[in-house]
Design a protein around this ligand. Structure first.
Ligand code: PEP
Ligand code: MN
Length: 359
């Protein structure tokens, strides 16, 4: 697989800008699909996306219009010339997508995690010259992502690409799915010709952050973007909060900067930017942890106030200091550095408790 040139299908599109895939989260009605497709003709979009079979977290939500929506996509292609793309979640979907001549099929994040299903889809698509894109699995597991791509490749599918849509986390973050940029970067380093498309819509989960995530993706030399677009986003039947209008899509693409570098520079730039993103994410995590610690400290302050107990308990503080110094050393951190950091944290904790006790 390492020697394959996966870029061919994208090169053949002869685009002067990164590939733009746009369209609603779900195909809701023929009118809705055609309305947004005609608006997208005024944008840089080359490919029209719409979910027909929707994987929903809980039953009872809108699960897609199913097969009856496939002719609507054919109509999109006929009327606008846009290529069409749908998510396929099982072998039956894959066969139907081929039957209705959909141009690009993508495997969703919830499907990529399941090797049995991916294999069934790969078997159903055996030897197809359609483009098949693989979204990252919902959990941050590069091997599982590569595994799904390998299953397609082994089925004789050569027009492959990857979509980075972020990863689930139990932590509360500003993202719906955290980007973990290092994972798509590692995929790109392993398969330099594999087109990687960023999906800022599913990373952000809301409209606000889409531009920044898309710009980061372009800074990291991603090959394209998939952005959920709807003429009336607030009324969308799925993912309403993250969909944008075609007009907003134009504004976003007009403001995005596409970086150009020579290859050697590009590679180190990509690495540097990925590492900086990692630092930013870790700093944000540190701040969250510090703020959670202060919250607990204030609760302790309340308990001490009720029991009329002094703030400073020397034995407890010495225990903490010893424990963190030992822990720090075993993590390869400098003793003095740990002492300084924790003394400063302790001082701030005392200030927080004092505020509670004196109130
Ligand atoms: C989608 O593209 O609408 C979708 C369901 O995405 P994901 O598989 O990334 O959750
Ligand atoms: Mn969606």
């Amino acid at each position: 697989m390492e020697n394959e040139n996966f870029m061919t299908w994208l090169d053949q599109m002869k685009l002067s800008h990164p590939l733009l895939i746009a369209g609603p989260c779900s195909a809701e009605s023929e009118e809705q699909v055609l309305e947004v497709a005609h608006e997208l003709k005024k944008t840089d979009a080359t490919v029209f996306r719409a979910g027909v079979w929707k994987p929903r977290t809980r039953p009872g939500s809108f699960e897609g219009q199913g097969t009856k929506a496939l002719p609507w996509l054919q109509k999109v292609k006929k009327e606008t010339g846009l290529l069409t793309a749908v998510e396929v979640g099982n072998a039956q979907h894959a066969k139907l997508a081929l039957e209705f001549d959909i141009d690009i099929l993508w495997i969703g994040a919830r499907t990529t995690v399941n090797p049995f299903t991916v294999q069934e889809i790969a078997d159903a698509l055996k030897g197809t010259d359609k483009v098949v894109l693989v979204k990252n699995p919902i959990n941050p597991d590069l091997e599982l992502w590569i595994g799904a791509i390998e299953r397609l490749y082994t089925s004789g599918i050569k027009n492959i690409g990857a979509i980075h849509r972020g990863f689930s986390t139990f932590r509360k973050t500003k993202y719906r799915n955290i980007p973990n940029w290092q994972i798509p970067i590692d995929l790109k380093i392993k398969y330099p010709t594999l087109p990687i498309i960023n999906d800022p819509s599913h990373i952000c989960g809301e409209r606000e952050g889409i531009f920044d995530v898309a710009q980061t993706a372009l800074d990291l030399k991603f090959d394209g973007l998939m952005i959920e677009t709807h003429c009336h986003p607030d009324q969308a039947w799925s993912d309403a909060k993250q969909q944008i209008t075609p007009q907003r899509l134009v504004e976003i693409t007009e403001n995005l900067r596409v970086r150009r570098e020579t290859f050697e520079q590009e590679e180190s730039l990509v690495k540097l930017q990925a590492l900086r993103k990692e630092i930013d994410a870790l700093d944000a995590q540190l701040l969250e942890t510090l703020s959670s610690r202060m919250q607990v400290v204030e609760n302790i302050g309340l308990v001490k106030k009720q029991g009329n107990v002094a703030i400073l308990q020397n034995t407890r503080w010495n225990e903490i200091l010893q424990k963190v110094v030992d822990g720090g050393i075993s993590h390869g951190l400098n003793k003095e550095f740990i002492e300084n950091v924790f003394k400063s944290i302790h001082q701030e904790s005392i200030a927080h408790q004092k505020k509670i006790i004196d109130a």
